[in-house]
Design a protein around this ligand. Structure first.
Ligand code: AMP
Length: 393
C-alpha cells in the first residue's frame, strides 16, 4: 500500500506498482497519462461522462458520470489510491471533500490558482515573472476605466472557464467596445450579469512558446523551451527546441522552476509564453497538467511529460529530461484525419498518435503526429507541403 505522508498534505512518499491512479477526465491527455501509468505498473480508473472514452480504452475501469458529480468523484476516490486530473476546470471543492479518502498529490491550491485569471496573474507576478499588463474588470465602468489605462488594442477575457480563445474578445476600437456594451445589455435583459473578467494589454509578441515543468513536491525539473504556432487559437504545431538562443532558454527554465517551487508542484505544469522581439518572456497562462505542446516529448525526450507527471504524483524520483532529438509535433484535427491517413503510407517518419475518439468533428483534436528531425523548420515546411493542413493556411 502507498504510504501517505500527513505533513505534505496528502503527497505520496512512493506509490508502489499495483496501486490505482484515478483520473478525472477521459480525453487524450488522460489517455496518454494512463498509458504511462500502465507501463509503470499502476492500475487506472477514470471518471468521464462518455462511455468508451479515450482513457477507458486503456484503463481498468470507468465511472460514467459528469466531472462535477460528487457521488461519482467519491466512488472514484474510494476505488483509487491517488487522484489526478487531465484538465483544469475540475471542481476543486468536490476534490477537497474526498481528501480524507484518497491522496491528491497536486493539491487543490494549484487548481484554484490556475482556474482564475486574476489569481493566476497575481501568482505569476508575485514570483517575479511578467504578464501582459492587466486589470480586473467586474462591470462596464471597470472596463472603460481599464481601457483608458491600458489603451487599444486590448483583450477582454473571462476570469474562469476560458480555453483555446473561448471566452475572450479582442478590443481594437470604440466599435468593438460598443459591441461589448450591446451584448452586456442583452445579457442583462436575459437576467445575466457581466461575467467576472480581466482586461489584458495586447502583447505584440514575436512568437509563442511554452515550457513544461514537473515536480514530485521535492525536486523540480524543466523540459526544453519549445515554439508554438496557433491557428484560430488552437495549437497547430510545436517546434522543439524553440531555437531562440541559450540565454532565453535558460531564463525560461529559471522562470519555470520558480513557479514550480512556488506551487510546491507535484505532477506536470505547462507555462504558455509570449516571446518578445527583445528576447524577454511574458507569461500568458498556466495549465496544471500535461499539455498539447509537450506531446513531442514522447519520442524526443529521455522522459516524456506523461511519465514525468505519473512519477511526480507517485512521489518517484525525477531525472532531468534531455532532448534526444529535435522534433516537430503537428495536431490532427477532425478535418485532417482523412488526408493524414492517406499520406501516412508515404511517411515512415511520421509517429502517429490516435486518441480513439468515436466522433470526428471539425477542429476536434483527434490525434497528433511527431517527426524527429535535424531541422525542425524544414520539417515544418515539409509537413505543410503535404497539403493535409491546407485549411489552416
Ligand atoms: P488564451 O486562451 O489566453 O491562451 O489565448 C489564446 C490565444 O490568444 C493565445 O495563444 C494568443 O495567441 C492570443 N492572446 C491571448 N492573450 C493575448 C494578449 N494579451 N495579447 C495578444 N494575444 C493574446
Amino acid at each position: 500500500m502507498p504510504s501517505l505522508s500527513e505533513e505534505t498534505g496528502g503527497r505520496i512518499d512512493h506509490l508502489e506498482p499495483g496501486a490505482v491512479i484515478g483520473i478525472v477526465g477521459g480525453g487524450q491527455l488522460g489517455r496518454m497519462m494512463a498509458l504511462s501509468a500502465r507501463y509503470h505498473g499502476f492500475r487506472i480508473g477514470v471518471l468521464d461522462p462518455t462511455p468508451d472514452c479515450p482513457v477507458d480504452q486503456v484503463a481498468d475501469f470507468q465511472i460514467v458520470a459528469d466531472y462535477d458529480d460528487q457521488d461519482a468523484i467519491r466512488q472514484l476516490a474510494e476505488r483509487s489510491d491517488v487522484l489526478t486530473y487531465e484538465f483544469e476546470n475540475v471542481d476543486a471543492d468536490a476534490l477537497d471533500k474526498v481528501r480524507d479518502q484518497v491522496a491528491i498529490p497536486q493539491g487543490t491550491d494549484l487548481l484554484r490558482t490556475t482556474q482564475d485569471r486574476v489569481h493566476e496573474k497575481t501568482f505569476i507576478n508575485k514570483h517575479g515573472a511578467a504578464t501582459a499588463r492587466w486589470r480586473q474588470v467586474d462591470g462596464m465602468d471597470d472596463l472603460e476605466k481599464a481601457l483608458d489605462e491600458l489603451g487599444y488594442p486590448a483583450v477582454l477575457k473571462t476570469r474562469t472557464g476560458g480555453y483555446d480563445g473561448h471566452g475572450q474578445v479582442v478590443l481594437r476600437s470604440q466599435e468593438d467596445l460598443d459591441q461589448v456594451v450591446e451584448r452586456t445589455r442583452r445579457d442583462e435583459a436575459d437576467g445575466q450579469g457581466f461575467p467576472p473578467s480581466i482586461l489584458e494589454g495586447f502583447v505584440d509578441f514575436a512568437c509563442e512558446a511554452s515550457i513544461l515543468v514537473t515536480g514530485n513536491g521535492d525536486r523540480y525539473v524543466a523540459f526544453p523551451l519549445v515554439r508554438n504556432d496557433h491557428r484560430h487559437n488552437i495549437l497547430h504545431m510545436t517546434l522543439a527546441p524553440a531555437g531562440v538562443g541559450h540565454e532565453v532558454e535558460e531564463e525560461a527554465r529559471q522562470l519555470a522552476l520558480r513557479l514550480a517551487e512556488g506551487f510546491e508542484l507535484a505532477g506536470t505544469l505547462a507555462i504558455e509564453l509570449f516571446l518578445m522581439q527583445d528576447g524577454s518572456l511574458v507569461v500568458n497562462e498556466l495549465a496544471p497538467r500535461p499539455h498539447n505542446s509537450g506531446h513531442y516529448t514522447i519520442e524526443a525526450c529521455s522522459m516524456d511529460q506523461f511519465d514525468a507527471h505519473i512519477r511526480g504524483i507517485a512521489g518517484w524520483p525525477l531525472d532531468q529530461p534531455r532532448l534526444l532529438s529535435p522534433a516537430v509535433m503537428v495536431n490532427v484535427l477532425g478535418q485532417h484525419v482523412k488526408p493524414v491517413l492517406k499520406e501516412l503510407t508515404a511517411h515512415p517518419e511520421w509517429n502517429l498518435h490516435d486518441y480513439g475518439k468515436a466522433e470526428v468533428r471539425t477542429n476536434r483534436k483527434m490525434g497528433h503526429l511527431t517527426v524527429l528531425t535535424d531541422d525542425p523548420q524544414a520539417t515544418a515546411r515539409d509537413l505543410e507541403a503535404t497539403g493535409c493542413w491546407d485549411d489552416l493556411r
